[in-house]
Design a protein around this ligand. Structure first.
Ligand code: ADP
Ligand code: ZN
Length: 653
């Protein structure tokens, strides 16, 4: 349960305090305890009530004024003067804003003269006329200046002083309550957003999360720690404090965090980064403080911050820094540093843009553990489909494996949506159970929508990517000294890459010779070369490869002195240099003709290497086909399977 101080409780407490204080005060003498200002909430209420009395009083007065007062006829000043001269106006009240003239004079008992009801009253806006008083005298018209009535005076004071002051006070109260995070009740702005889901509520365990095996493996450790924190303590192992889950939306990051809480059986606090970002400076920081306070009270527990990037954006990134966000981020850093995970609070956070996070967040003692939550591969997708199709009536003949094969690039959430969509279609088709056809229809529907917003590939694209990645992998395998292939994947990763080939550096390298650099270029060109050989044309999917290859060659020529003409000459770069995202200067350290030479040399080298790469891959065409076909089936290929294809041939090479 969320712990908030209820107003009644608070009053009880203050009552007790007031009693003891009033006793104290009584003992000392005549001071009124009410005036000592101890009972703050009450005072505030009274003051606010008084304010409302004032407002009501003022409204009443102005209403009475308008109802009882004469409804004067407004006329032009010249006409007013005429009526004075003609004798119709007998009496004139010289006001600030108006002159009010009446035709008849009445006196009441008090001797106060008043403009009677039966009189005709004229009103005019005065013109600066110095002869007017003389005119009144000449016509024996009574004239006077009325003292400002209480209502008017009060109205003026109210409008010019009390109202603005009151508004300002009101605003100040409002803000101060928001900043403090509230004294309970309606005012606890800072608190009410941190949703505390108790252990029974998350009800999610690792069994409910399919696919993300690597992520689960790492999180099991966190679970272990929370379950046996004393054991960890005794052994003195390093205890994780913050774990960052990285992955595109819908890949199950929230689910994983909930599963950790569910596995251990501890409370789970969830808040989204966006919830911290508020209009008012300081509110976000107050919320962070509240969240951690609450968590400490409920330890052991899990804090989960979704969309960490919303508050964790790099502080230096923008020149016109956002104070509010910065304060919030600082508060988060302070809170994370300020507690010891031995207390049993572990912070999980999720983001799909780790690159924009403030580096301070990733430092040891903060989110020093990062777990990639990838889109699921074939096996994972099948498992996810199995989990979600448990909730609907699925025909026994439905082959989830086939559906999984047709949904490359779908995230867990997409797959959950797919099952749901298929069920809807089944109902629409008057079926009792969901059939394969419903799934196919749903896939078509979803793919059309998803292709626009994320990377969902059609069959042809998948094939191209498979050959492309195999090209990289084969070049890595057959280039002497190249890092061995660790993993090939055609499951889209992030938004940028359609597939990837991971090479494992066999050792840390600081010095790389010319041959090795060119070998790297070959591996990079392998993707496009494979496309060229198999499909007879190339796609735009290789532009990142090309830019990296070109970069290597450019550096070889201009920085490493590895060209024929400028052997052992450092040319430097004439690239525009960037500092912290700001363009600072443009250097040019060599002549136009040298630049031309470099450009030509780059083109020549890349061409040479590309020809070599084509030759080599053509010789391995058989392998290229075999591996790419297999990759299409299994989507992710580890080193073991890859090497089994190479077999003895590799040893010979
Ligand atoms: P994220 O936090 O990464 O954006 P969520 O955890 O909110 O993703 O996932 C949204 C929904 O997608 C979940 O409620 C679940 O139904 C489904 N889902 C996502 N990934 C998986 C998975 N690996 N296994 C089962 N269901 C998943
Ligand atoms: Zn590539």
């Amino acid at each position: 349960m969320e712990e908030t101080i209820k107003p009644s409780q608070q009053n009880d407490q203050t009552d007790v305090r007031r009693e003891s204080i009033s006793q104290l005060v009584k003992g000392r003498g005549k001071e009124d305890p009410q005036k000592s200002g101890i009972k703050k909430p009450d005072n505030q209420n009274r003051f606010r009530l008084n304010l409302w009395y004032f407002v009501g009083f003022f409204l009443l007065i102005s209403m009475v004024n308008t109802f009882l007062g004469e409804k004067p006829q407004t006329i032009e000043f010249s006409e007013f003067k005429q009526k004075v001269i003609s004798g119709e106006i007998k009496r004139v009240e010289l006001g600030d804003k108006y002159y009010v003239g009446s035709s008849l004079v009445q006196a009441d008992q008090q001797g106060n003269q008043q403009l009677g009801n039966s009189t005709q009253v004229y009103r005019t806006i005065p013109v600066n006329d110095s002869g007017f008083i003389g005119l009144l005298d000449a016509n024996r018209v009574e004239y006077y200046t009325r003292p400002v009535s209480f209502g008017e005076m009060f109205g003026n004071v109210f409008l010019t002083w009390i109202l603005p002051f009151g508004l300002m006070m009101g605003l100040w109260w409002f803000l101060s309550f928001r900043l403090k995070g509230g004294a309970g009740g309606v005012m606890s702005f800072g608190k009410n957003k941190a949703k505390l889901v108790s252990e029974g509520d998350t009800g999610v365990t690792f069994k409910d999360v399919a696919g993300a095996d690597e992520a689960k493996e790492e999180l099991v450790e966190v679970v272990d720690f929370l379950k046996n924190s004393t054991k960890f303590d005794e052994i003195g192992g390093k205890i994780p404090k913050g774990v960052l889950l990285i992955g595109t939306p819908g890949t199950g990051k929230t689910m994983l965090a909930k599963a950790v809480a569910g596995e251990v059986g501890v409370p789970f606090f969830k808040m989204s980064g966006a919830d911290f970002v508020e209009l008012f400076v300081g509110v976000g920081a107050a919320r962070v403080r509240d969240l951690f306070q609450e968590a400490r009270k409920n330890a052991p527990c899990i804090i989960f911050i979704d969309e960490l990037d919303a508050i964790g954006k790099s502080r230096g990134a923008s020149i016109n820094g956002n104070d509010e966000r910065e304060q919030t981020l600082n508060q988060l850093l302070v809170e994370m540093d300020g507690f010891d995970s031995k207390g049993g609070v572990i912070i999980l956070a999720a983001t799909n843009r780790p690159e924009i996070l403030d580096p301070a967040l990733l430092r040891p003692g903060r989110f020093d553990r990062q777990i990639l939550v990838d889109r699921p591969d074939l096996k994972g997708r099948k498992a996810i489909l199995e989990i979600h199709s448990k909730n609907v009536q699925v025909d026994e003949k439905v082959e989830l494996g086939k559906i999984a094969a047709a949904t490359v690039g779908f995230s867990g959430a997409d797959l959950a949506n797919l099952v749901n969509e298929a069920a809807i279609l089944a109902v629409r088709n008057n079926r009792k159970k969901v059939m394969q056809a419903d799934f196919s229809e749903a896939i078509e529907k979803l793919v059309a929508g998803l292709e626009k917003k994320s990377r969902v590939m059609n069959e042809k694209e998948k094939e191209i990517v498979a050959y492309h990645e195999t090209g990289h992998a084969l070049m890595a395998a057959f280039t002497p000294d190249a890092d061995p292939v660790q993993k090939i994947s055609i499951v889209p990763r992030g938004l940028a890459a359609l597939g990837y080939t991971m090479q494992m550096p066999s050792e840390d390298r600081y010095l790389i010779n010319e041959e090795e650099l060119l070998g790297r270029v070959d591996v990079l060109l392998g993707g496009r070369a494979a496309e060229q050989i198999i499909f007879g044309r190339v796609s735009n999917g290789a532009s990142n490869d090309l830019s990296r290859a070109t970069d290597i060659v450019r550096k070889m020529i201009s920085e490493y002195g590895m060209s024929d003409k400028f052997k052992n000459v450092y040319l430097g770069s004439n690239q525009t240099s960037y500092l912290g995202g700001m363009q600072t200067s443009e250097r040019k350290e060599y002549s136009e003709s040298t630049q031309n030479y470099i450009d030509e040399e780059i083109a020549k080298t890349i061409n040479n290497r590309y020809e070599r790469t084509l030759d080599l891959l053509k010789k391995k065409l058989d392998l290229l086909h075999k591996i790419a076909k297999r990759l299409l089936e299994i989507e992710v290929m580890d080193a073991e399977i890859f090497n089994s294809f190479l077999g003895t041939e590799h040893q010979a090479a």
